[in-house]
Design a binder for this molecule. Structure first.
Ligand code: G
Ligand code: G
Ligand code: MN
Ligand code: NA
Length: 255
């Protein structure tokens, strides 16, 4: 069997596992949401990370079914979490979307279907897209993203700072959140990037966007980010990607 046909079968048989990594409010370290991260449990090769199979999925078009599976599972899981913690601010969940799903497929139809099958609070299902994805076809991407926002879906700009789009482009797309790439964040405790970080945070806030710092690995990263005005962070300092039950325990444990 080729990897392609194995992946096709794995998607059909739902052998893709979704892990969830917490995104916390730096103010009080409470959980604001989770990012969904796929894993493929291959019978011989073991647990594979997206870097090993997303490109195959993209090239073969399998990403459309895989993406729908991840969206659907995540929305269902999000409804379960929200029901379990009814009294507090509803948490969000964000799902990574690849180029083919947005630009060469009817993602809007998929999102409508997923939202109609689940009962997530409006605005709490979010998509993550990278700069390089939206820059492949800025006009088309901007149109699609505007329609997706109208469905009540949040939009995060992922890996911010690694692409080569101009900052001016930020205003052309209806993102509500930017996620600062790990490469800027992981070095905060060594003090090499504070100027860049502070500027990105201030710019995002001026544009009315929330900011999530990715790759916060230590407590001092978290403290420094908060001092720089960043309100959300994700990283090993707060939790690694975990299964849905572990996420549920984290949400419902008495703090
Ligand atoms: O979890 P990990 O570090 O291995 O993720 C690597 C990359 O794979 C991340 O950049 C993430 O955006 C991407 N990724 C994870 N899950 C998915 C998914 O379900 N769909 C797509 N398109 N990308 C994903
Ligand atoms: O590209 P994207 O931002 O979606 O990538 C998310 C990936 O980053 C996940 O696969 C996750 O495993 C990884 N990751 C999350 N937190 C940390 C961290 O604190 N340090 C490092 N090195 N990687 C992280
Ligand atoms: Mn991401
Ligand atoms: Na990222």
């Amino acid at each position: 069997l080729t990897l392609e046909s194995e992946l096709r079968r794995a998607i059909e048989r739902q052998e893709i596992t979704i892990l969830y990594q917490p995104i916390v409010r730096l103010e009080d370290r409470s959980i604001a949401g989770f990012e969904a991260l796929s894993r493929w449990d291959h019978p011989k090769l073991g647990r594979m990370s997206p870097s090993e199979f997303i490109s195959i999925a993209e090239e073969t078009g399998l990403i459309v079914d895989l993406g729908m599976f991840v969206l659907d599972q995540t929305a269902k899981q999000l409804s379960v979490w929200q029901r379990a913690m009814r009294s507090r601010d509803p948490i969000f969940a964000s799902v990574n979307v690849s180029s083919r799903q947005l630009l060469r497929h009817d993602l809007i139809h998929d999102i409508r279907t997923v939202l109609s099958r689940s009962s997530v609070a409006r605005g709490t299902l979010k998509l993550e897209l990278t700069e390089s994805l939206v820059m492949e076809n800025p006009e088309h991407a901007a149109q699609m993203l505007t329609r997706i926002r109208e469905l009540g879906t949040g939009l995060s700009l992922d890996d911010f700072g690694t692409g080569h789009s101009s900052l001016a482009y930020l205003q052309r797309f209806p993102f509500d959140t930017i996620k600062i790439d790990q490469s800027f964040v992981r070095t905060t405790s060594r003090g090499t990037r504070p100027v860049i970080l502070k500027s990105i945070i201030a710019l995002a806030h001026d544009l009315g966007m929330d900011v999530v710092a990715e790759g916060a690995e230590t407590d001092s990263d978290a403290v420094e980010l908060y001092q720089m005005g960043c309100e959300y962070a994700q990283g090993f300092a707060f939790g690694e990607p975990m299964d849905a039950d572990a996420a549920m325990r984290l949400l419902t444990e008495v703090r």
